[in-house]
Design a protein around this ligand. Structure first.
Ligand code: HEC
Length: 135
C-alpha cells in the first residue's frame, strides 16, 4: 500500500501544475506576461497617477469620457513601451487611436515620477489583464 503513496502524490502534483498553468494566474481579461512590479514604485505611482492621469484615464485605469483605458490591449508593453508614457506626458499626444481628442502635456513630472507611474500601470495590467481593442 505504502509504495502507491509516492506516485499518487506526484500525480496530484502534476494535476495541480496543469490546472494552475491553464488558469494562467490571471483574473479576468486577456492574460499578460508582465513581471511583478516593485511594490514601493507601484504605491508611489498610484498617488501620482491619481493626481495627474486619473481625471481622464480613470482612477481604476479603465478610462473616462475624457480619455481611454490604460488596460486596453493597445497599451501593452509590446505596443506602447514604457517610453511611450514619458513621451505622452512630456509632449502630449495627438489623438490617433480614439475619439477623445488630444492629450495635453502634463508638466511637472520627473523621470523618476514617470517610472513610478509606469510601474503602477504595468502592475494593474498584470493583475487585471487587458481589455480588447477596439473595445
Ligand atoms: C486631459 C486628459 C488627459 C490626461 C490628464 C492624461 N491623458 Fe493620457 N491620453 C489622453 C487621451 C485623450 C489619449 C488618447 C489619444 C489617442 O487618441 O490616441 C491619451 C493617451 C495616452 C497614452 C498613449 C500615447 C500614445 O502614444 O498613443 C499614454 C501613454 C498616456 N495617455 C499616458 C498618460 C499619463 C501617464 C498621464 C498622467 C501623467 C496622462 N496620460 C494624463 C488624455 C489624457
Amino acid at each position: 500500500m505504502k509504495r502507491f503513496l509516492v506516485p499518487g502524490a506526484i500525480a496530484i502534483g502534476v494535476l495541480l501544475v496543469i490546472a494552475l498553468g491553464l488558469n494562467g494566474g490571471s483574473s479576468g481579461g486577456q492574460a499578460s506576461d508582465i513581471e511583478v512590479q516593485n511594490a514601493a514604485l507601484v504605491t508611489e505611482g498610484d498617488v501620482l497617477y491619481q493626481a495627474s492621469c486619473a481625471v481622464c484615464h480613470g482612477s481604476d485605469l479603465r478610462g473616462t469620457e475624457r480619455g481611454p483605458s490604460h488596460l486596453s490591449t493597445i497599451y501593452n508593453p509590446g505596443h506602447h513601451g514604457d517610453g511611450a508614457f514619458a513621451i505622452a506626458a512630456v509632449n502630449g499626444v495627438k489623438a490617433h487611436h480614439w475619439n477623445f481628442g488630444n492629450m495635453p502635456r502634463i508638466p511637472g513630472l520627473s523621470d523618476a515620477d514617470l517610472e513610478r507611474i509606469v510601474a503602477f500601470v504595468r502592475e494593474n495590467q498584470r493583475i487585471e489583464g487587458y481589455e480588447p481593442y477596439p473595445p
